[in-house]
Structures are given as structure tokens and as C-alpha cells.
Design a binder for this molecule. Structure first.
Ligand code: COA
Length: 330
């Protein structure tokens, strides 16, 4: 499904924030209690370390810190809408987003959660930017926040090596399609037949993932989605200055880039430092790219995700040059 823009009014990225827990868990740390090794993990996934939150941390803590940082980055104190994309809400009911809004002093703002697992940030960006384009609201915070350490089985070497905790957020305001930072279009899709490939089985506590089967589906789905969104805004694949893909596996990112015909220096990859942070993955990668000066004002970006559901999605935007702000839990 594509959301076709109908007028010049659109959302523009005006702020970018992150929050990572302090504690770093290396592959060697994991290899002390799991039948694995740094060499296996790094070679098969590209991951060297990930951040794990202290017990008692809530997803809303990470989300609020990242959203506050995004507001600071945008030099704003108010916002009409808060959308939190997460697989690990604070509780089943109510949603996490109103709590995040309150923590930021945004009482009265519209606030809701969005569940699309690793594609959550792209889905949430699509919804919030469509609401801005439609004039329903004038500004929004789109947050991806995850505490996978609460749903990953520490004894399961096929998932414990992959996932990490963290949050990232963007602040959006109303602007026009020619503004640097304009969010231009989206491509979203799902295939519920694959719902068991990444799932917390009903009545169980921990996530189960059939990694190899996910991998095989992720590469073509991400490639096709990226191509669809690029085409919809009139770009050839080679026009993409930076491909910011969901950080699930470095080999997936490289395979997608190869299919798109993109050189490696246009592929944003921070998976080595943070692992797979699900809905937080893309805004964290975006912030990393901005910090590393890998993206500059006016660059053409495609964000592409794939994950549980199965779900996938891509967004095409130009880059505003926004400097990220890094929040903390302290
Ligand atoms: N350490 C050492 N060996 C491991 C291991 C680990 N952590 N995990 C699995 N293995 C072993 C397996 O038991 C298997 O052994 P065998 O050949 O003796 O049976 C072998 O390594 C290969 O396992 P496989 O699962 O085929 O590995 P893989 O190359 O597919 O890598 C993933 C596993 C999970 C890293 C990879 O499949 C992946 O990244 N999948 C996609 C995840 C994804 O995109 N998720 C979407 C969003 S959440």
C-alpha cells in the first residue's frame, strides 16, 4: 500500500533525539553463558555489542528521554501529537504514548501507540506525517522505543545475541515538499501468513524467531519496498544518497544494497554498536549517520524496515541537516 500525497503541504523533520541505556553487553559477555562466540555473532550478524537497560526501566522512560531530546533538537517545547511505536509497551492497557506525553509536559496532546514490530517506526512516521499533511495536527513526535531485554529469553542463543534496548525519535512540523527534511511518501505492507516467524507465542513470555526464514523473506521484501517508494517520488535507485535500513543483520543490509545497486558507503549501518533495537532501529541509525556526517542537508534518504507480522515499510524523505540530541535516563 502506498499513501499518495495530494498537496504540497507535508511533514518536515525538524528534530532528532535518542536514548540508549548505559550498560553495554559485548558478544564476549554473552559467550560466558551461551554456546556462542564473538566471532560467530560478528560474522553472521555484524553485531559486536548492544545496550541493555537496568531492571526496572520502562519503555516509557526510554521513549520520553528520546522524545525530549528530539524536542530539544527541534528547539521546541510543544507538540500536538505523540506516537510511540513499540513491541514492548509498559503495560497492555493503557497505551504508553500518553504517559510519554505527560512526562514531557504535553498534557492535551493526542497520543497513541502503534504496533508493527520492527517496522513500527516507518508505520508511525507514515501515520503522523499523513496527519500533518491532512492538517489534523501541525507537529508530532514519532518515537520508536523498545525493551527487548524483557521479552528475549537469555538462554536462547538465536535471539539473545541479536536484540538490544533503546529509543529514537523525530520531531515533525508542517512544511512543504521542497523543504529539506520533507517526508515525501511511504510504502507499507504486511503478510500475516508469516506471523509465527517472529512471535511471542500466546501465553508465553519470550520471543521466538525463525531467523533463517525471516532472513530469506526480508531481503526481497526490503528491496522491493525501497524501490517502490523511490519510484513513487521520481527517484531511481541510484539517486538514493543514504539507505537507512532496519538494523537486523549486516548481511541483510548488504544484500539489499547490492540488489539496489548502491555502493556500501550509501548504506547506513550502526548495528555493530546497538544490535537490533526493533522499532528504535531506524531513528537510532539516522542519528548515528547524522553524527558521523554520513548524511547532509538535502540528501535523498530511503528508510526501509522489515519485521514481525510480517510487516515491512519504506519512507522517502530529504534530509534537513538537523543535529541529533542524545538523551539519557539519568
Ligand atoms: N552462536 C553459534 N552458533 C549458532 C548461533 C549462535 N548464536 N545461533 C545459531 N547457531 C548455529 C545453528 O544452530 C546452526 O547450526 P547447525 O548448522 O549445526 O544446525 C548454524 O549456527 C546456522 O544457523 P542459522 O540459524 O541458519 O544461522 P543464520 O546464518 O541464519 O544466522 C540469524 C541466524 C538469526 C543471525 C539470521 O538468520 C538473521 O539475522 N535472520 C534475520 C533476522 C531478522 O531479520 N529479523 C527481522 C527483524 S526482527
Amino acid at each position: 500500500m502506498r499513501t499518495q500525497p495530494t498537496n504540497d503541504r507535508c511533514a518536515v523533520v525538524t528534530g532528532l533525539g535518542t536514548c540508549l541505556p548505559d550498560r553495554i553487553v559485548t558478544n564476549d559477555d554473552l559467550a560466558r553463558h551461551l554456546d556462542t562466540s564473538h566471532a560467530w555473532i560478528h560474522e553472521r550478524t555484524g553485531i559486536a555489542r548492544r545496550r541493555i537497560a537496568a531492571p526496572g526501566t520502562a519503555t516509557s522512560d526510554l521513549a520520553a528521554a528520546a522524545a525530549r531530546a528530539a524536542l530539544t533538537s527541534a528547539e521546541r517545547t510543544a507538540c500536538d501529537l505523540v506516537v510511540v511505536a513499540t513491541t514492548t509497551p509498559d503495560q497492555a492497557c493503557p497505551a504508553t504514548a500518553p504517559r510519554v506525553a505527560s512526562a514531557l509536559g504535553l498534557t492535551g496532546a493526542a497520543a497513541f501507540d502503534l504496533a508493527a514490530v520492527c517496522s513500527g517506526f516507518v508505520y508511525a512516521l507514515s501515520v503522523a506525517s499523513s496527519m500533518i499533511s491532512a492538517g489534523t495536527c501541525r507537529s508530532a513526535l514519532v518515537v520508536g522505543a523498545e525493551l527487548y531485554s524483557t521479552i528475549v529469553d537469555p538462554g536462547d542463543r538465536s535471539t539473545a545475541i541479536i536484540f538490544g534496548d533503546g529509543a529514537g525519535a523525530v520531531h515533525l512540523e508542517q512544511g512543504s515538499r521542497s523543504d529539506p527534511g520533507a517526508v515525501l511518501d511511504h510504502d507499507l505492507g504486511s503478510d500475516g501468513d508469516g506471523r509465527d516467524l517472529i512471535a511471542v507465542p500466546r501465553g508465553e513470555r519470550y520471543l521466538r524467531m525463525r531467523g533463517r526464514e525471516v532472513y530469506v523473506q526480508a531481503v526481497p521484501a526490503m528491496t522491493d519496498s525501497a524501490l517502490r517508494v523511490a519510484k513513487s517520488v521520481g527517484w531511481q535507485a541510484g539517486d538514493i544518497d543514504a539507505f537507512v535500513g532496519h538494523q537486523a543483520n549486516i548481511r541483510i543490509l548488504r544484500s539489499v544494497a547490492k540488489r539496489l545497486g548502491l555502493p556500501e558507503d550509501r548504506v547506513v549501518a550502526n548495528i555493530e554498536d546497538v544490535g537490533n533495537t526493533a522499532a528504535a532501529s531506524i531513528p537510532l541509525a539516522l542519528a548515528w549517520a547524522a553524527d558521523q556526517h554520513r548524511i547532509k542537508r538535502g540528501d535523498r534518504l530511503v528508510l526501509t524496515a522489515f519485521g514481525g507480522g510480517l510487516t515491512w515499510g519504506s519512507s522517502a524523505l530529504t534530509w534537513s541537516g538537523t543535529r541529533p540530541v542524545h538523551g539519557s535516563l539519568r
